[in-house]
Design a protein around this ligand. Structure first.
Ligand SMILES: NC(=O)c1ccc[n+]([C@@H]2O[C@H](COP(=O)([O-])OP(=O)(O)OC[C@H]3O[C@@H](n4cnc5c(N)ncnc54)[C@H](OP(=O)(O)O)[C@@H]3O)[C@@H](O)[C@H]2O)c1
Length: 239
């Protein structure tokens, strides 16, 4: 669907390669084959997943054995593996852009989302090191570290002055390409990032006190959601 939209809007041809990034190393030979002969100027490593829709302790990850592997495969392994496939061609042509989507949680440790936060820290560090290594060869590696964007991942939370719509976020983020190798992606998120650093420093965010508070708030929200769903189901039955 997205491919068709790109084709109709840009008049360019698209090619879709269907893979499941949770499957790990086994998928990359097939991707490499599909990419053969293509001149790839821009790589966007956007794929990502979470394992909880609420704040939870590490040992509460549902179905943890496969989930941990899936998250590392999807959020971590995909980035260097896709880079390995695409970067040599970019180097040959002396130009290229790689955009890696990290998160604010990959810059500052976020307890109760430990695994997600750690996978995004990998993306941030990898991007910044790669940019340093290859910028002199015409390659730009940009790390985008958003806060909250309304997408499936965030249950399409309502857009407001703190939460960006996906299209609004991408529009602003694209304007930063070529100007910076690290960005929160949009003005609102950049300001929030500074505010977080000032008013919620790491020592406070990782304190047992705040972890308990966040956990209680998250439990209350979940409870509220369940009650709301329950009410909705009752009124639907009544109708
Ligand atoms: N939304 C936020 O607030 C936020 C904040 C910070 C960072 N991010 C990061 O932004 C990126 C995009 O996330 P999003 O918010 O747009 O979430 P999303 O709506 O859940 O989209 C995730 C994307 O990854 C793809 N994907 C997920 N698991 C996959 C798998 N196993 N194999 C292949 N493709 C898979 C999805 O493909 P399908 O559409 O086919 O499912 C979709 O294109 C992620 O890296 C995320 O960590 C998001």
């Amino acid at each position: 669907m997205v491919a068709k939209e790109i084709e109709s809007k840009s008049g360019q041809k698209t090619r879709t390669i269907q893979v499941d990034f949770t499957h790990g190393c086994s998928i990359y030979p097939a991707i490499a084959e599909e990419l053969q002969g293509l001149e790839i100027g821009i790589l966007v490593n956007n794929v990502g997943m979470t394992c909880n829709d609420h704040f939870a302790y590490f040992l509460e990850i549902p179905d943890s054995e496969p989930t941990i592997t899936h998250m590392v495969n999807c959020n971590v392994l995909s980035v260097p593996q896709m880079t390995r496939l695409v970067l040599p061609g970019m180097l040959e042509r002396g130009t290229g852009l790689i955009i890696n989507v990290s998160s604010e949680m990959g810059v500052r440790p976020q307890p109760l989302l430990a695994l997600y936060s750690a996978t995004k820290a990998f993306v941030s560090y990898f991007s910044q090191c790669l940019h340093a290594e290859y910028k002199s060869k015409g390659i730009t590696v940009q790390c985008v570290a958003p806060l909250m964007v309304s997408t499936n991942m965030t249950s399409n939370v309502r857009v407001n002055c703190l939460v960006k719509s996906a299209s609004g976020f991408v529009r602003e983020a694209m304007n930063t390409v070529g100007h910076t190798s690290y960005t929160s992606g949009c003005l609102s998120h950049s300001l929030q990032s500074v505010a977080f650093a000032l008013f919620l420093p790491d020592w406070l965010r990782t304190s047992t006190f705040l972890i308990r508070k966040m956990r209680n708030l998250s439990n209350a929200r979940q409870y509220e959601r369940r009650v709301q769903n329950g009410k909705w189901m009752i009124s639907a039955k009544e109708e």
